[in-house]
Ligand binder design. Structure first.
Ligand SMILES: Nc1ncnc2c1ncn2[C@@H]1O[C@H](COP(=O)(O)OP(=O)(O)O)[C@@H](O)[C@H]1O
Ligand SMILES: [Mg+2]
Length: 255
């Protein structure tokens, strides 16, 4: 590749999905995000690894403006989040799937109804057959087509997590934000969910940020890992690169 081409590639804005520059966020005297910088590139699975209480959830909530930053610059799909009005912000949010840590399903609805709900809310008057097709397709993709008429209470924790993920996927997001996707699951189920995240990246061609303290989940899902501690990134690399880190905090995740 010629150097001019490489330069073009590096500055190609359409390849950047999220960019944070010098982001700060405090709650009173609690300085949660001190100076956060990163970019998420198109098609990438970026894992943000950190202990509990280090500001991981706050960080991804800033991306959808559930939490407002105090200072710094934040670009999502090449839009400066601070410049957007409510309508423009909702358009951006429409392209983002957020898998919350709790990922709660509606207990009184069947799996099918849980999955129909986000579509009916987004595009009113969608045809019955179309709805049925979308629900079945996404259930196939998370490996749970046989649960279509079940109630959430009949499912295991891992299955409920898959259905939550299906509910996010059914809107075909370009960016998925996963908040602790394996927390509360046993090791085998955690591995299955991590593998599913990887499959989704390949099948749906999404870009993702995966927040976790689970090193196994990071190993399976990440193209790149950034380690956050006390509201700042302290390391970045592939799993193999970080595995050899001499930094005490980084190496503690691998023990
Ligand atoms: N809405 C909020 N109001 C006040 N403090 C908050 C709020 N959300 C998070 N915090 C604080 O920010 C810190 C980081 O929280 P969080 O991002 O949830 O950590 P984690 O890395 O475990 O996801 C915690 O001290 C938490 O109490
Ligand atoms: Mg959290």
């Amino acid at each position: 590749m010629k150097s001019s081409e490489r330069e073009n590639k590096e500055t190609d804005k359409s390849e950047v999905i999220v960019e944070m520059k010098n982001i700060k966020k405090s709650f009173n005297n609690n300085h949660v995000l001190k100076n956060v910088n990163f970019t998420l590139k198109k098609g990438e699975n970026l894992v943000i690894l950190g202990k509990s209480g280090t500001g991981k959830s706050v960080l991804i909530k800033c991306i959808v403006k559930l939490i407002e930053i105090d200072s710094g610059e934040l670009f999502v799909f090449d839009e400066n989040l601070l410049d957007l009005n409510e309508k423009e912000l909702n358009e951006i949010r429409g392209k983002i799937g957020f898998l919350f840590q709790s990922g709660a399903l509606y207990d009184s609805m069947t799996v099918r109804e849980n999955l129909e709900f986000p579509i009916q809310r987004k595009s009113k008057g969608v045809k019955e057959e179309e709805l049925d097709k979308l629900v079945k397709e996404v259930l196939e993709n998370v490996g749970l087509i046989n649960t279509i008429d079940k109630m959430p209470a009949e499912l295991s924790g891992g299955m409920r997590k898959r259905i939550s993920l299906a509910r996010t996927l059914i809107l075909k997001p370009e960016l998925i934000l996963y908040d602790e996707p394996t927390t509360g699951l046993d090791p085998i189920t955690s591995r299955e969910i991590s593998e599913l995240i990887l499959e989704i990246q390949n099948k749906y061609k999404t870009s993702s940020i995966i927040i976790t303290h689970d090193i196994k989940c990071a190993q399976i899902t990440a193209n790149r890992i950034m380690v956050i501690n006390n509201g700042e990134f302290i390391a970045e690399g592939t799993f193999d690169e970080l595995q050899n880190s001499k930094d005490e905090i980084v190496s503690s995740f691998f023990k």
